[in-house]
Every structure is written in C-alpha cells, then in structure tokens.
Write a protein that binds this ligand. Structure first.
Ligand code: NAD
Length: 418
C-alpha cells in the first residue's frame, strides 16, 4: 500500500459551494488474470500517471503484474495502491481486465460497476447476460470499430495480433531443426527455410515480416487478393490460387467460402503446403469458425521435420485439421503441429504495455469531468458497450441470447464484425 496522490486543489465542479464534501473520485481497479496461460496484465505502471492526472485513483490487485515483470513496487512508484482482489472488487468503480472475468467473480461485482476487457461476448453471450443481471456495464475491446481514426489508439485486437504474429514466427524457427537463413560455413552451405504464411491480416503480415527478417524465403497467401501489395511490402511472395474466386467481404474482412470453394481451396493449397518447411496459419472469418486450410491429407504429404504453427487453434477448431490448442503434437510422418492459441500472452511484457495503452485510451474516452459518461449514440461506445442499465444492449450479442437456435455458426471475433 502507498500514499494516494494528493487530491486536486481545485474542484472540477464549477459552482459547487467551497464547503461541500468533495466528490468521491472514480476508482479504477486492475485484477490479476486467472485464465490458464494468461501472463498479461491490463494496466502497466507506465500508464498509471496519465490516469491519475485526470483525477482518478488506481487500485491494483497485489501481484497482478508479476507474470509480465511489473512488481507491486513499480505500481506504488507510479502512484497506484496495491491491495487484495476482494478489496479491488469492492472499491473499484471500473475494473480493467485483459480477458473475461471468471463467472465465479461476477457474482461479487456490484451494480453500477463497469468491467472493461476482451469479453468475447459473441463466444460467451452467457457472460454478457450474467453482467447485465448483476447490473454491471460490460465494455468489450474486441467490439471496437477499428477503422475509425479516433479508435486507432484503442485497437487491442491489432496490437495483440501483431505481437502474436511475431511470436508465431519465433516459435516456428525454434521448433524447426534447421536454419531459417541461408548459412555458408566451412562445414557446408545450408539453404534458407521455405516458409508459407496463410492469412495476411495483422498477425499474418507480422509473421511474414519476422520470418523474412530471420532470413527465410517467405510466401504469403490470403483469400483477399488486395493483400498482394501488403504481402510484397514485407518481403514475401504472393501466392495465387487459380481455383478460388476473391474472398473479399465487407469492411476489409474475408467472407465465408461455400463448401465447394473451401474444398477447391484446400485441394490446391495441399500441393503448396507439401513443399514447405514451415507453415504458419492465421486465417479468420468474422463471426465464424476459422476455416480449415491445412487438412490431414496435406500434413501427410509434408516432409519429416516440417513445422506447422496454427494460430487459429481454439476449442472451436483451427486452421489445421487435428491441431490441439496449447499443445504440440508430432504426426506419424514427423511433422510438428503447434496449436498456438493466445500467443500474445507468451510475450507478456510487450503485450501488456501495448494493451495497457489501448485500454487506457478507451477508459479515458469514457470519462468526462471525473465521471463515467456512457453514451450509446457514440460510434465507438455503440461497438464496445455490451451491457448497460441491466440489459444486453449490443445487438449481435443480444440476438443469440434471444434466439438460442441462432448460434449455429460459431462466432469467434466480435471486433471482426463489419
Ligand atoms: P482477421 O484476423 O479477421 O483474419 C486474418 C486473415 O485471414 C484476413 O486477412 C483474412 O482475409 C484471411 N482469411 C480468412 N479466410 C481465409 C481463407 N479461407 N484463406 C486465406 N485467408 C483467409 O484479420 P485482421 O488482422 O483482423 O484484419 C482484417 C482486416 O482489417 C484487414 O483488411 C486489415 O487490414 C483490416 N484492419 C484495419 C485496421 C484499421 O483500419 N485501422 C486495423 C486492423 C485491421
């Protein structure tokens, strides 16, 4: 625990008599993340001064930053108070998180409290319902309208995907039993690794750029032909498939392919995949399960020692048939398949710094004159505010709750909904 910073000398409430009791300051709480493998923290010490400067208080659960190498001492130095989780939940007006709060915590949240995190309401609409029932305002960073210029600083999907793409390339290089770059030594010459990256969104482009900087020969593919320029700009070759029409959908995202198109794509990709040393998959389609791009048949055709990193791996299925999230498996023909879910959490310090920047920007945009100003007419808030005033107010989340049969397609990424 440390001294809280001095209260502002002047009241922001113009016209309030000088002897009135001071308005309680908004308390921002930071909780330790409880999900398995989650090492990030929602707010880093470096973001605390900007929040204090606006007249808010910051309360951090003791040890919340430990996995990303930020100590309680660092938070105290920055002007935050550290305390136990029950105290944070009791006293905070706004709780900042990276992921979702565990359902057993939600019952302890109090009416009027706000929770900001990557709440994934389309994957877990029941959490949204539980927050609404509890009277808690749920704000989900994954619902941000990413193309708005004033939302750029809040775009946690991009900041985390960028880090995940970088880590995917490092993971592939580490698991591959040969060099990524060409090596000419007295002991012989090694050819560079041949890397194929499927999907050229934020994560895919970073994976291509990183593999390229490590010296590999890199090819990139995306169902959206307009990615050609971006793929080439990071030093990769653009792979053209002749059997599939453009998969560009609304808002710069991919559309879902028909079953026939998917089969044709898989069939043509098989031949390209089989020749590669390393394949990294990053493909996502808004509101759907990730498409299968590397089939079991393609894995069978790959050489012993090849490595496949599936960034789409999740309990909903991934881009690689049979990949298991969080696990590395080796096929009978000795291909290493890495089910690489939540890779940003494996670069916890950098990912926390970037996330903290994003969540602070969103938080401060929700505060006006020291108080929360929820305005569902605002374009950003309409995307991120999921529950308010005891109701699920976000239509894409409310619809499956009202009609459970409408959840036959498995939603994956709220922010990707155009
Ligand atoms: P994403 O995570 O939704 O998907 C990753 C990639 O997978 C996409 O490029 C998609 O086209 C591709 N894909 C989907 N199905 C595929 C298939 N069957 N075969 C091959 N590839 C397939 O992507 P993202 O990183 O969220 O980016 C999506 C779009 O949003 C891009 O156009 C990106 O430039 C844009 N974006 C814009 C901003 C901004 O305007 N500030 C910020 C972030 C992203």
């Amino acid at each position: 625990m440390t001294d809280t910073p001095p209260r502002p000398q002047t009241s922001p409430d113009v016209g309030v008599p000088a002897d009135s009791p001071p308005t309680p300051r908004l308390v921002i709480g930071v909780l330790n993340e409880s999900a398995e493998g989650e090492h990030r923290v929602a707010l880093v010490p470096g973001s605390v001064p900007a929040i204090l400067k606006t007249g808010l208080e910051v309360l951090v659960e003791s040890g919340a930053g430990a996995d990303s190498w930020f100590s309680d001492h660092d938070y105290a130095d920055a002007g935050a108070e550290t305390t136990g989780a029950p105290d944070v939940i009791e006293r905070a007006d706004v709780l900042l998180m990276v992921g979702k709060p565990p359902s057993e915590s939600v019952v302890n949240f109090h009416s009027g409290q706000v929770v900001i995190g990557m709440l994934q309401p389309l994957v877990d609409p029941e959490l949204a319902q539980a927050l609404a029932t509890q009277g808690v305002t749920g704000v989900s960073l994954d619902g941000l309208p990413r193309t708005l210029s004033r939302a750029q600083s809040m775009d946690a999907l991009s900041s985390q995907a960028n880090i995940a793409g970088y880590k995917a390339a490092l993971l592939a290089a580490d698991s591959y039993g040969r060099y990524f770059p060409m090596m000419i030594t007295a002991a012989g010459t090694a050819r560079p690794a041949d890397v194929l990256v499927l999907g050229a969104g934020v994560a895919g482009l970073q994976a291509m750029g990183t593999a390229r900087r490590l010296g590999a020969v890199v090819t990139g593919y995306d169902i959206r032909p307009e990615t050609k320029g971006e793929i080439e700009s990071v030093g990769a070759r653009f792979l053209v498939l002749t059997s599939v029409a453009s998969g560009s959908g609304a808002g710069g995202y991919a559309r879902a392919l028909s079953a026939e198109e998917q089969l044709a794509q898989q069939h043509e990709l098989n031949e390209h995949i089989s020749r590669r040393d390393v394949v990294i998959t990053t493909a996502q389609v808004p509101g759907r399960k990730p498409p299968v791009l590397v089939t079991a048949e393609a894995l069978k055709q790959m050489r012993a020692g090849a490595v496949v990193v599936d960034m789409g791996a999740s309990d909903l299925g991934g881009n690689v048939e049979g990949s298991v999230p969080g696990q590395t498996t080796v096929t009978d023909n000795k291909v290493t398949v890495i089910g690489a879910s939540n890779l940003a959490a494996r670069v916890p310090s950098a990912a926390s710094v970037a996330y903290s920047h994003n969540i602070s920007a969103l938080l401060l945009s929700l505060v006006s004159n020291g108080a929360l100003a929820i305005d569902l007419e605002d374009e950003i808030q309409a995307g991120v505010v999921i529950t308010f005033d005891g109701k699920v107010v976000h239509p894409p989340t409310a619809t499956p709750l009202a009609e459970p049969s409408a959840t036959t397609t498995v939603p994956v990424a709220l922010g990707a909904i155009p």
